[in-house]
Design a protein around this ligand. Structure first.
Ligand SMILES: *[C@@H]1O[C@H](CO)[C@@H](O)[C@H](O)[C@H]1NC(C)=O
Length: 274
């Protein structure tokens, strides 16, 4: 049983956490509140352990500059990883961009209780760019402890006479459902609740459906175990080993749909590892 658990850990988790490995340690401070703390350590070359501070870091960002033709459409992508569930938002010239009705709806998850680790990905859709879209874009991610961001400068290849009218007509026709923030990987200790992000924009506002497994999986209905929130997120309660695997979020409106896949890994509580 123990060997099997270890094998599954290596086969399933390793591709997701790469150089990171998990160590379950009961911290003195945390045990007072009855919580186990999941620490994520990284081996250094000297064989010593480097224990990163709880926080967040950006993995994939769009790069420092971008040059587009007028009326072109582009999707900027950014990924963050950290303890609990980092959220991502975008700024243009220092101002926060509102991507949809559900943007800014914060994660209700209790940060104190979350012991896990997750990766969140976000996309910024720039449709039909004109002179007003030039500027400095920032991908920013926040955890309760830290805020990190990276910048991308966007310029048009020719700044001559560009008519915004072409773009306005395109927008009037409506926009397809698009997922702009979702959880890619979530590792959490069994027994805790988790909160998987899935935020979508579109005109009209998309409907969100969660499926167990891939896109052919069974539709998840609200129950004592699952809750699909108004903002599109999925709450899974009392995480158990049986919850291991993929979850598909599908956003739909009359102009189109989009799907994303989230991988959930229920880690064993410390007592099971001894
Ligand atoms: C959580 O699930 C376990 C089995 O996986 C069960 O024994 C326990 O009673 C559940 N706890 C709650 C609060 O539902």
């Amino acid at each position: 049983m123990f060997i099997t658990f270890r094998l599954i850990t290596v086969l399933v988790v390793l591709p997701f956490v790469l150089s990171w490995h998990l160590d379950f340690t009961k911290e003195k401070g945390a045990s007072a509140s009855g919580l186990n703390t999941l620490k994520i350590r990284r081996n250094s070359k000297q064989g010593e352990h480097f224990v990163p501070k709880p926080g967040v870091r950006l993995l994939g960002t769009p790069g420092s500059s971008l040059s587009l033709d007028p009326y072109e459409s582009v999707t900027l992508e950014c990924e963050a990883e950290g303890n609990s569930s980092p959220t991502i938002h975008w700024l243009k010239d220092g101002r926060r961009i509102n991507q949809g009705d559900m943007d800014g709806a914060e994660v209700m998850e209790d940060k104190e209780v979350s012991e896990g680790f997750s990766r969140t990905r976000s996309r910024l859709y720039l449709n039909c760019v004109t002179a007003k879209d030039e500027g400095t874009y920032q991908c920013a991610s926040e955890s309760p402890y830290q805020r990190v961001s990276e910048k991308t400068d966007l310029k048009l290849t020719e700044a001559g006479k560009i008519s915004g009218a072409i773009c306005r007509v395109k927008q009037l026709l409506g926009t397809p459902a698009r997922i702009y923030m979702w959880t890619r990987t979530r590792i959490e200790v069994q027994g805790n609740d988790i909160h998987l992000l899935c935020r979508a924009s579109g005109n009209p506002q998309p409907q969100i459906v969660w499926l167990r497994g891939n896109k052919d999986g069974e539709r998840i209905k609200n129950s004592h175990k699952y809750e699909v929130l108004q903002n599109g997120d999925l709450v899974i309660r009392n995480l158990s080993w049986g919850d291991l695997g993929g979850y598909t979020c599908m956003a739909q409106n009359i102009h189109g749909d989009e799907k994303t896949l989230t991988f959930v890994y229920p880690a064993a509580p410390e007592s099971d590892l001894k």
